[in-house]
Design a binder for this molecule. Structure first.
Ligand SMILES: N[C@@H](CCC(=O)N[C@@H](CS)C(=O)NCC(=O)O)C(=O)O
Length: 324
């Protein structure tokens, strides 16, 4: 049966994310199966999805817009087939149907599910975004965002307009890896564990870990501009996509309301700082974000009503310039 992440629940009622399945790598080596070539690859995203948004953030800040095209699906999940009940990501049928979403001009697919089925007719996993598509071999290269961002960072430097920006520099790799581990478990995935929990115990455990990790970040960001020092790295982009959704969605929809992001002075200013980094703000579409979460999880929010607030403006001034 086709499943969504909201169904990935253990016997104790806790959310358990399953692993991505397409794990090929694009390489700067021209003789590899998936060589880094301009205009060969396409990124399918949803602006709503934090994992897809981190890939889009890399595409923009590395200056890969001319080399790698992208399409966003519609924010609200819909039925993907008439023959079963699965709901998931679908494309609009015209350019005017949904602002910022586009039909799939490349493959003519109606849904992300259809792309997975095109790549592998026997595929039985989740139909998730992001999807990194190879136009030449007509298949999915990779659907795991943590790997896609690594490829975008290092493998396209011959064609990237901002090749000098290295978000995973050798001297910080172990610190970035170590940070990613607890940030992913407690914060990026932690908010989902709070929101998708089906027992009080599973929620209590997730929410406690989440706030311990947010407090830890706030302390780190009280002594340096970014998580791994005074330069922006992968660890920051990965944290940012969760923080930018925090007060607008997670606080209410996922019950992460012990403290709001804007009550953490360092984390809040840090979020504004990254939002204002070249290219970043164009990757944040709050309309899509709110429509998706509040409108696509009927077991949490059966009526799909989108709350009006809080409408925070992340382009306001911040105090992070105090670190040089
Ligand atoms: N491990 C994946 C996770 C991606 C993921 O969970 N995407 C969600 C949207 S935020 C999705 O497409 N879910 C579809 C579904 O659950 O059916 C990654 O980081 O790339």
């Amino acid at each position: 049966m086709s499943r969504s992440s909201i169904d990935e629940i253990s016997s104790s009622g806790a959310f358990q994310r399953t692993l991505s399945t397409f794990r090929n790598f694009i390489s700067r080596d021209p003789s590899s199966q998936f060589p880094a070539e301009s205009e060969r690859y396409h990124l399918y995203i949803s602006y709503a999805c934090p994992w897809a948004s981190r890939c889009l953030a890399y595409l923009k800040i590395k200056g890969l817009e001319k080399a790698i095209s992208f399409t966003s699906v519609k924010p609200r999940w819909e039925r993907t087939k008439e023959t079963d009940e699965h709901i998931g990501w679908v494309f609009p049928s015209s350019l005017t149907e949904e602002p910022a979403a586009e039909p799939d001009f490349l493959n003519g697919a109606k849904s992300i599910r259809a792309l997975y089925e095109l790549a592998n007719p026997n595929y039985t996993g989740k139909y998730s975004v992001p999807v990194l598509w190879d136009k030449k071999l007509k298949t999915i290269v990779n659907n795991e965002s943590s790997e896609i961002i690594r490829m975008f960072n290092s493998e396209f430097n011959e064609i990237a307009e901002n090749a000098a920006l290295d978000l995973y520099p050798p001297h910080l790799q172990s610190s970035i890896d170590e940070t990613n581990e607890w940030v992913y478990d407690s914060i990026n995935n932690g908010v989902y564990k709070c929101g998708f929990a089906r027992t009080q115990e599973a929620y209590d455990e997730a929410v406690q870990k989440l706030y311990e990790a947010l407090d830890k970040c706030d302390v780190i960001l009280g002594r340096q501009r970014y998580l791994c020092g005074n330069m922006l790295t992968e660890a920051d982009v990965r944290l940012f996509v969760t923080l930018i959704r925090f007060d607008e969605v997670y606080a209410l929809h996922f019950k992460c309301n012990k403290k709001l992001l804007r009550e953490f002075p360092n984390l809040f200013n840090y979020t504004k700082d990254i939002f204002q980094f070249n290219g970043m703000s164009s990757t944040v579409n709050m309309e899509h974000i709110k429509q998706n979460y509040y409108g696509s999880h009927p077991t949490i929010d059966p009526f799909g009503i989108i709350p009006s607030g809080p409408g925070i403006d992340y382009s306001f001034s911040h105090d992070r310039d105090r670190f040089t």
